[in-house]
Design a protein around this ligand. Structure first.
Ligand code: EPZ
Length: 431
């Protein structure tokens, strides 16, 4: 089983280039189903979840050409089925975007209930509420979501009971070809919501208000092809920002939109770190001694839940006590038990963790229990004294492209190994 092995204690220094936003690209890939013309998507992250989605498009008859690792050309005119199902698609969360897109274009969809990181119950009731409001019949049968709108879809005024990234994107995908004016209230405002809306508008959709609390969509008869570049990944960027702070390093993080990182920058500044902002880059210089601070995860523009584990690791090395409240998911502190093996001092009560900072972590063998927890444990291992191995890195590879190579370029002594013999060779090599 592949794992990362690393020797910590070296501050990370240098430059890293951020890839395309996974959580925007996933919605955009599904959105390519909404036109019969060619769609070229650029700046795709070359990560497992993206590749699973592209493979699924091929299975239903779309033509997918990988122009290069980060560019795909999709032609969905030949789609012959609205039923997607395979073992890989069942493992990822974003499979649900195929429901909205197939319903929007073909008025039918049969897609497995989504998988994804085990960070909470993660229902899709708000997605289904939106589809039904647009006129679709939706049933859950044999673990699949079966949706159909024999008379087509119509406009609606939808109020989301929960601010949901997935439901916001999914209802947009279904509504862009629905006759009339659809209004969706209490929507998510993340950068990736805006990116998917911009992508759809580049195909001729009429979407206004993405990034605000209310999205207004005027249905159009058809969408045309487009060439679209995905925005930089806010969470990959934030992960490297925390890596700089936690290892007391100095990293220039390139190809970012600093505005998307404001809540992360604010917290790192509160802790005493230095953050320089440029047009398309940020530079984080980790302070030798960092202050504690409190964090509450919130929908954008609040502090992102996907940055909670990485920030918590950074706080666990601060000089004092911090309180972290996870208000989005009900089970996103599982990594705390793994971090305890490295000497952290964190107590979790419900959706609140109390972090008593320690001077240093000691290397240990830990498990990546989900995507962002895995990334956080790698940061902890790079900050720790001694050797750390992080197992089950398939979770990390779902959302981080060449994570270990980018870290090696920053001076990290980290390798991807897939046997105890290779791990032993690493230990002998670093002495
Ligand atoms: C997306 O998940 C992201 N995944 C998650 O990133 C991210 O953590 C999350 O948004 C919040 O930003 C993808 O984009 C593929 P939600 P999603 O719907 O859409 C509840 C990562 O690390 N809810 O915004 O599943 C839900 O239970 C992943 O890249 C309902 O109750 O998140 C949660 O408590 C992890 N009913 C809250 O809303 C619904 O129908 C926010 O969920 C939908 C959601």
């Amino acid at each position: 089983m592949e794992q990362f092995i690393m020797k910590g204690g070296t501050p990370l220094h240098g430059e890293v280039v951020i890839g395309g936003a996974k959580n925007a690209a996933l919605g955009i890939i599904a959105g390519a189903l909404l036109t019969d013309e060619d769609v070229i998507i650029e700046n795709l992250p070359d990560v497992r979840d993206i590749n699973v989605m592209l493979e699924a498009l091929k299975e239903i008859g779309a033509v997918v050409e990988r122009i290069d690792r980060h560019t795909a050309k999709i032609s969905a005119v030949g789609v012959t089925s609205v039923s997607i199902d395979d073992e890989y698609i069942r493992k990822i969360r974003a499979s649900y975007y195929f429901i909205g897109a197939l319903l929007g274009k073909h008025h039918m969809a049969d897609v497995p209930l989504p998988g994804g990181c085990a960070i909470g119950s993660r229902p899709i009731d708000q997605h289904i509420k939106g589809f039904r409001a647009l006129g679709a019949k939706v049933e859950i049968r044999n673990g699949c979501v079966q949706a159909a709108a024999s008379e087509g879809l119509h406009s609606s005024h939808i109020y989301l009971d929960v601010v949901s990234v997935g439901a916001t994107i999914n209802i947009m995908l279904a509504a862009v070809l629905a006759e009339g004016r659809t209004i969706i209230e209490n929507v998510a405002k993340e950068p990736h919501i805006v990116d998917v809306a911009n992508f759809l508008n580049s195909m001729g959709a009429n979407i206004k208000g993405a990034g605000t609390d209310t999205i207004r969509i005027r249905g159009v008869r058809r969408l045309h092809g487009t060439t679209y570049a995905v925005i930089p990944d806010q969470i990959e960027a934030g992960t490297f920002m925390c890596a700089a702070a936690a290892t007391r390093g100095d990293i220039l993080i390139k190809n970012v939109i600093p505005k998307h990182l404001e809540s992360i920058t604010a917290k790192l500044l509160e802790m005493g770190n230095t953050v320089y902002e440029y047009d398309e880059a940020v530079r984080v210089v980790g302070a030798p001694v960092q202050h504690p601070t409190d964090v509450k995860t919130l929908p954008y523009p609040g502090f992102p839940t996907d940055m909670q584990p990485q920030m918590s690791v950074t706080l666990a090395l601060a000089d004092g006590t911090s309180v972290v409240t996870e208000s989005i998911f009900e089970n996103r502190f599982k990594y705390v038990d793994e971090l305890a093996r490295m000497g952290s001092n964190i107590k979790v009560e419900g959706n609140v963790s109390v972090i008593d900072g320690v001077k240093r972590f000691m290397g240990a063998s830990v498990n990546a229990l989900d995507l962002r927890a895995g990334a956080a444990l790698v940061i902890a291992g790079l900050a720790a004294d001694g050797i750390t191995t992080v197992r089950d890195i398939v979770y990390i590879q779902r959302g981080y492209e060449h994570f270990e190579q980018k870290l090696q370029a920053l001076g990290a002594q980290i390798e991807l190994v897939d046997s105890e013999r290779e791990a032993q060779k690493f230990r002998l090599k670093i002495g």
